[in-house]
Ligand binder design. Structure first.
Ligand SMILES: [Zn+2]
Length: 390
């Protein structure tokens, strides 16, 4: 099905999910649906697309055509506004038992569109022990039409009691070649650009596509990867930190704007508002204004999250840069993610020792941890820049 097309190099997972989606469709039509499972665990290293796979499966469950990829239901799943799909993404470092209990209550409701209620729990490994215990009870006895999709880096990250009740779908990082091939054949990207984008994105298809097709994304990547060579003094570190935070904000704003526009238009349509512009609140039927307010709140908290994610993605890009530097210092024969910046990599490789490079990678990882713990971004990034300086 079309929704699985982006799961490049995950043939085994796609086969399992397609069969399950077909079985789920059978259940909806009143059949037995052998092979349908109510609890799933998506595992795989960062960038392997755990959440993408879970989201595609959610679309396959909620779409009347089993995941066509272009109907309203599919679209709502992908923009995150489907009424029967609940996205759970722990904001802080852990997810509490109180939050879990509320979630379980919501999960127990009947599906509004008559198919399934799907809970997509990203970073399920962040559930606290008592939260995990509450979750276990819900998974043990799921309401007939509720499906849990948990995501975690590895099966071991969850309690064995939960793990053993889930069907595990393990994703792997797709090879550069596979990603480049998809970009070239499906998105008509010239082969050399496809290869560059696939390498730079390190197997992350969504990122690779954005790099290949969007000039703005390429420009922001260059800005991020230009940072290491610019860190010549304290003042430069401070301004580099400002630039990095700003670049992440720009990236987030671009992503948010596109999503928001779609959702607002959809909500207007839902409440029978045909015209656009100022008359919105007046024109909405009863309940519309409240729904719009709710949507705006949701969009606001999502914007915060996307901003944090963009900054984290930029930091991971820096990690990939220093990892390339390290590979050059060791003379390792590996594919460099940032092959296009070979000159910069070479300069840095010559100017430092492998120990210094490792220390820099540590500094970036530490910054990521501090950001996850809600430290002020500008402060955390400044401290990191100062450690990156030679
Ligand atoms: Zn569809």
């Amino acid at each position: 099905m079309a929704v699985f097309d982006d799961l490049v190099g995950q043939d085994q997972a796609v086969a399992v999910l397609s069969r399950a989606a077909a079985a789920a469709g059978e259940v909806v039509r009143g059949g037995r649906g052998a092979g349908m499972t109510h609890a799933w665990l998506f595992t795989g290293p960062p960038g392997s697309g755990r959440e993408d796979a879970a989201r595609a499966f959610a679309a396959a469950l909620l779409c009347p055509d089993g995941g066509c990829g272009h109907c309203d239901q599919c679209h709502q799943v992908f923009v995150g506004s489907h009424p029967d799909l609940e996205f759970v993404r722990p904001q802080g470092l852990s997810y509490s038992v109180k939050q879990t209990r509320e979630l379980i209550l919501r999960a127990a409701g009947a599906p509004t569109q008559g198919r399934w209620r799907v809970i997509l729990f990203e970073d399920a490994d962040r559930a606290t022990e008592s939260a995990a215990n509450a979750l276990l009870k819900a998974i043990e006895e799921p309401p007939p039409r509720t499906v849990w999709l948990l995501c975690a880096p590895a099966p071991d990250d969850l309690m064995i009691t939960i793990r053993s009740r889930c069907r595990v779908v393990n994703l792997t990082t797709p090879a550069t070649e596979a990603v480049a091939h998809v970009l070239a054949t499906r998105d008509s990207v010239p082969p050399d650009v496809a290869r560059f984008a696939a390498k730079a994105a390190q197997g992350h298809i969504g990122r690779a596509r954005a790099l290949a097709l969007d000039e703005g994304v390429r420009r922001r990547r260059e800005a991020v990867l230009g940072i290491p060579r610019s860190l010549t003094g304290v003042g430069e570190c401070i301004s580099a930190a400002e630039r990095l935070v700003k670049t992440a904000e720009e990236e987030a704003a671009a992503a948010t704007a596109a999503l928001n526009e779609n959702e607002t238009a959809e909500l207007r349509k839902l409440y029978g508002e045909g015209s656009t512009g100022k008359g919105l609140n007046r024109g909405l039927v009863r309940g519309g204004a409240g729904a719009l307010k709710e949507l705006e709140d949701r969009q606001k908290s999502r914007a915060t999250r996307i901003k944090r994610d963009s900054l984290d993605a930029a930091l991971l890009e820096l990690v990939s840069f220093y990892r390339d530097v390290l590979a050059m210092q060791f003379g390792a024969r590996v594919e460099l993610a940032n092959d296009d910046l070979r000159f910069d990599l070479d300069q840095l490789a010559k100017a430092a020792t492998p120990e210094e490079t490792l220390r820099r990678i540590d500094a970036i990882m530490q910054c990521r941890e501090r950001l996850a713990a809600n430290v002020n971004p500008q402060m955390a990034v400044e401290a990191m820049m100062l450690s990156l300086r030679s």
